[in-house]
Design a protein around this ligand. Structure first.
Ligand code: ADP
Ligand code: MG
Length: 611
């Protein structure tokens, strides 16, 4: 018998056929999930009748026929009566499509691209690829029926011969979509979207490897090995994860999440930028393997699964991004993840230290740029410190808790590694006074402290800054300098004159910063050395104004004493020595632009060394 689709169904069909999904392949996902739904319904029915049914009796069979150009899927689920066929497939009764139609009405027929993307329409998606669809179905409550439609406005329902319960759908593919009658193609699609379906799936008789959706299980039922095995399967990884967080939430969204931190940060190893691999599922069916707006950029190291039944199953991938739903989901999970890290930092320092070594850089990135989570992220920051050995980390809260009573700033040093900081002339002033200094080795650090500016009202200050006020060190009397104060003044003005105003804004010798080292360049510039390095890296040809520094000399050091005598006796050599001393100081400060000129000068100085 012939029926006419309700006008709205026809409208939906037209849209589906012409423009709804860019991914045609998702029709497989939709049909498999319908088969799975029908099988679950049957299992529930049987359960209520106290009749247990084995999974094998509920297998889902897919077959492909390249010659005939068909795709067939058959389940042993509840099936449909003729009346159900009309109402389920002939009218818009179900959720996704209904919402779609309502939005259509509201928009008065003006369908913007965005609107189309926001809804999906399950079963009808098969018409994207099929020119004709036949549904053979048998419910326990009715005779078997055959529904058939060629995508036009009519469909027919006839009785047919189908002894076993369930539904069989045969899609005769359009010429341009014959690829969906290839076994390998279908297999790949099913593996991708339907790996966690509860029922056995057979493709041309061959069983698809399906897994348990362990994220829906209770934590107490799972062993660490199961988490590890799932991680490898889901993310195609070979390593063991460093850590995972498994939780369930009911408000504001219903969801289950299993978020892994891998064992290694591949960006650190020089591979390209990592992409977040947290996939979004709705009741075990993949919606999007890499949802774009789920998490902020800095969370890109995370892997795992989020399953939310609040996602309409039919929704298309495009629409997830429009709807803001994935951001909402992401926020719920992220809040929990940050709490989890905070707990780890307290309960399992060793693990958190491993986490920091590998992924601390992402936490820094987040703290630097993400206002929404800055507070939580800042507490998770860890640095090495002058008070502890290599590899030990301190938090900003630790640092502030240990600050000297009159200390108002958080001091830090940036360089490529610990040795470079320890060899620089800046550290000794702080070490002598017992002031802790945070050590920073990563390119992002300078950017981070620049963006944070302060923590608990204490300003971050680089130890090479010129404007640091330091206390006197009591046991060192200032006038222990054997150079007379007149000589010091003369030496300072000679230095200033020799080096020039554009290089040094001032020469100082108050003796507070330098204890062993002869000289240091204090940064008096608006551009920090790290900013300079960054600008240079971004644009190697850029001409930055030369760095201007305050030049501090240490009149107690042998080098400065000798320089003072040389200035009087051998002015030419004195000039060379001064330039060398200045370049050494710039080198330590990370401000030396052209180290090559140093070698030439060095040779010149050496040539003047006479036995
Ligand atoms: P949804 O799955 O969101 O309800 P669909 O468009 O995918 O929407 O399916 C429409 C309806 O058709 C389903 O709600 C179900 O009642 C019925 N249906 C589809 N496929 C099957 C099937 N294989 N077995 C039984 N009923 C089915
Ligand atoms: Mg469906």
């Amino acid at each position: 018998m012939e029926y006419k689709f309700k006008a709205e169904v026809k409208q939906v069909l037209d849209i589906v056929i012409n423009s709804l999904y860019t991914d045609k392949e998702i029709f497989v996902r939709e049909l498999v999930s319908n088969a799975s739904d029908a099988s679950s319904k049957l299992r529930m029915q049987k359960l209520s009748q106290a009749c247990k049914i084995s999974d094998d009796e509920l297998k889902i069979e897919i077959s492909t026929d390249e010659k005939a150009g068909t795709f067939t899927i058959e389940d042993r689920g509840v099936g449909m009566t003729s009346a159900e066929l009309i109402s389920n497939l002939g009218t818009i009764a179900h959720s996704g499509s209904k919402a779609f139609i309502e939005a259509l009405k509201e928009s008065k027929g003006e369908l913007g691209e965005g609107l189309i993307g926001q809804f999906g329409v399950g079963f009808y998606s098969v018409f994207m690829v099929a020119k004709k669809v036949d549904v053979f179905t048998k419910s326990e409550a009715d005779e078997a029926a055959h529904w058939s439609c060629d995508g036009s406005e009519n469909f027919t329902i006839e009785s047919c011969d189908k002894p076993e319960r369930g539904t069989k759908i045969v899609a005769t593919l359009k010429d341009e979509y014959k690829e969906f009658s290839q076994k390998s193609r279908i297999r790949a699609i099913a593996e991708r979207y339907s790996a966690y379906i509860d029922f056995p799936i057979l493709i041309d008789g061959q069983k698809l490897e399906t897994r348990q959706a362990i994220w829906l299980k209770s934590k107490s039922d799972l062993k660490p090995e199961q988490y590890e095995e799932f991680y490898k399967f889901q993310t195609h990884a070979f390593d063991k994860p460093l850590d995972w967080l498994h939780f369930k939430s009911d408000v504001p969204l219903e969801l289950n999440a299993l978020i892994y931190t891998p064992s290694e940060n591949t960006e650190r190893l020089g591979f390209g930028k990592t992409e977040c691999e947290v996939a979004l599922y709705c009741k075990k069916v993949l919606i999007d393997s890499a949802p774009k707006k789920l998490f902020p950029e800095w969370m890109r190291f995370a892997k795992g699964v989020i399953d939310s039944s609040d996602i309409p199953l039919n929704i298309s991938r495009e629409s997830m991004q429009d709807s803001g739903l994935s951001m909402k989901i992401g926020r719920v999970v992220l809040k929990r993840f940050l709490k989890h890290l905070a707990e780890m930092s307290k309960k399992d320092e060793k693990k958190f230290s491993e986490f920091t070594k590998r992924f601390g850089t992402f936490i820094k990135e987040g703290a630097a740029v993400d206002f929404e989570y800055r507070k939580e992220l800042t507490e998770l920051l860890r640095f090495e410190s002058s008070l502890y050995a290599d590899g030990a980390f301190v938090s900003l809260a630790d640092y502030v808790g240990r600050m000297k009573p009159n200390q108002k700033r958080i001091f830090y040093a940036c360089a490529q590694d610990r040795a470079a900081i320890e060899a620089s002339p800046y550290l000794e002033a702080f070490a002598k006074r017992g002031i802790e200094v945070l050590f920073m080795y990563e390119p992002i650090d300078a950017f981070l402290v620049g963006n944070l500016a302060n923590y608990q009202d204490k300003t971050f200050t680089s130890i090479d800054a010129a404007d640091i006020e330091l206390d006197d060190i009591p046991e060192e009397s200032k006038d222990s300098s054997p150079i007379s104060s007149e000589d010091i003044d003369a030496l300072k003005s000679w230095i200033k004159e020799t080096l020039g105003n554009e290089k040094v804004s001032d020469v100082i010798s108050d003796g507070k910063r330098l204890i062993e080292n002869p000289a240091a360049a204090l940064n008096a510039d608006s551009l920090t050395p790290q900013m300079r390095a960054m600008l240079k890296a971004m644009n190697p040809d850029s001409k930055l104004p030369p760095a201007t520094v305050k030049f501090e000399i240490n009149p107690k050091s042998e080098v400065i004493k000798n320089l003072n005598s040389l200035r009087k006796n051998a002015p030419d050599l004195a000039k060379l020595v001064l330039e060398q001393l200045f370049d050494n100081a710039l080198l330590s400060a990370g401000l030396l632009e052209n180290p090559r000129s140093m070698a030439k000068r060095m040779n010149e100085i050496l040539s003047k060394v006479k036995p």
